[in-house]
Write a protein that binds this ligand. Structure first.
Ligand SMILES: C[S@@+](CC[C@H](N)C(=O)[O-])C[C@H]1O[C@@H](n2cnc3c(N)ncnc32)[C@H](O)[C@@H]1O
Length: 410
């Protein structure tokens, strides 16, 4: 098996990943509960950062934005005036642009779900490119990196470059939020199953995910490049990621005059803590509506004595069945304990951290970006900061049937 290492290899990998939510044409996504929960968790930490803002006209930098899955969450804040998405996978950026265009049209029609905002998309390796040179005078009120920070810990150099970008791009009273796997949880789980961490070929898995360590691992800090291969059903397939030691994270913060404001050692704690805005907590059952239906169907199979690993277990759990269930007749999801252990094991792998400037008064400020919000964008610029050229013809093909014309600048 070839193991992916460079940002461009990662881009190749993400190009092949299906759109969120659908495993095949009719089958429901097996990992729907994980996707729904992660979306709720991201929404919760985004609202946490938003509450920290004094201004109500904010700019957002979404590092490793992928297919723009969080655009909606920012739109719903109702106060975003500018969003910049950066990713190394061109294909994902194209999807993000399409999503943005659709969102913009919706928002222009119906402002109930937020206000329209300007967005830019940049193709770049956020773990090597000095992005702050590109964004020049722009500083962002909210910077996020969701489910991607682990790539930055491939080496001290990549981690330094990443944190340098955060430091230089975050507005004086801004915040940075990241969701990423928890090293302690992973290593403790390996130990609990009796693994000898000093040996290679260690595996942690259930029917939904696997984490394979080709080499020995340990709890020591300052060991960048502690590689594992992560696989999550229908989502990330056999991709090289790197353990993040929180002592290294803290050290990088301190070197960049950043301070951890909140640390949630696993995402489940977001539901229990008072630090998360009440509004986000109240929205939990709502965001887990499809999961409630999915779990209802899944429990029907489990109650018949079937196992999630049986060949035909998933056959009757499809989109159509889910849509037919009346949500008033089934139990709402109010607690993660209602999910089968297989799902919890994946959900509990992740943690969330919110970071701010240690001395905001010492951070150079900048002018607020005020770009008129477009009614609908006719041209979308993808700024290319990589050395690989973007083929404009291919890009045009990707946007065939869309009303927007892409253009590229370097
Ligand atoms: C698991 S996806 C997360 C996407 C999005 N943040 C979300 O939560 O839906 C990880 C993303 O990180 C991007 N990525 C990985 N390494 C990167 C790098 N060095 N520079 C920019 N993006 C990178 C991948 O292309 C992919 O879109």
């Amino acid at each position: 098996m070839q193991v992916l290492q460079t940002p461009l290899d990662i881009a190749e990998k993400y190009k092949t990943i299906k759109n969120a939510g659908v495993g095949s044409e009719r089958l429901a996504s097996k990992i729907l509960p994980i996707r729904d929960f992660n979306n709720w968790a991201k929404m919760a930490v985004i609202q946490l950062c938003y509450n920290y803002q004094k201004s109500r006209d904010i700019s957002v930098l979404d590092l490793c934005c992928g297919k723009g899955g969080d655009l909606n969450k920012y739109a719903r804040l109702g106060s975003v005036s500018y969003y910049a998405g950066v990713d190394i996978t061109l294909h994902s950026l194209i999807e993000a642009i399409k999503r943005y265009n659709q969102k913009l049209c919706e928002l222009n029609k119906n402002r109930k779900f937020g206000q329209p905002f300007q967005a830019d998309f940049t193709l770049a390796d956020v773990m090597s490119a000095p992005l702050y040179k590109h964004f020049q005078k722009t500083k962002f009120d909210m910077v996020s990196c969701m489910f991607a920070l682990h790539y930055a810990f491939q080496s001290k150099q990549t981690a330094d470059a990443f944190f340098g970008n955060v430091k230089n791009l975050m507005a004086p009273n801004g915040s940075f939020v990241a969701v990423f796997p928890c090293k302690d949880t992973i290593l403790k789980r390996l130990q609990e199953q009796g693994a000898d961490l000093s040996q290679g070929n260690l595996v942690l898995k259930n029917s939904l995910y696997s984490i394979k360590f080709p080499n020995a691992v340990n709890f020591k800090a300052n060991l960048f490049g502690q590689k594992y291969i992560f696989d999550l059903d229908e989502a990330v397939g056999d991709t090289a990621e790197y353990l993040i030691d929180m002592r290294d994270f803290r050290e990088l913060c301190s070197q960049n005059q950043l301070t951890i404001k909140h640390h949630f050692p696993n995402l489940e704690t977001l539901l229990q803590t008072d630090q998360i805005p009440q509004k986000a907590k109240q929205n939990f059952s709502n965001m887990m509506k499809r999961t409630a239906k999915f779990i209802f169907l899944l429990n029907q199979n489990l109650n018949k004595g079937q196992k999630m690993t049986d060949d035909n277990f998933w056959d009757n759990i499809d989109e159509e069945q889910i849509d037919q269930i009346n949500e008033n007749q089934i139990q709402k999801i109010t607690d993660l304990g209602q999910l089968p252990e297989e799902y919890l094991e994946v959900i509990r792998l992740y943690q969330a951290v919110m970071v701010v400037h240690t001395n905001p008064a010492e951070v150079k400020s900048c002018e607020k970006i005020r770009i008129p919000v477009p009614e609908a964008r006719r041209a979308i610029d993808i700024c290319n900061l990589t050395k690989e050229p973007i083929n404009l013809e291919t890009l045009r093909d990707e946007f065939k049937g869309e009303m927007w014309e892409p253009s590229v600048w370097m």
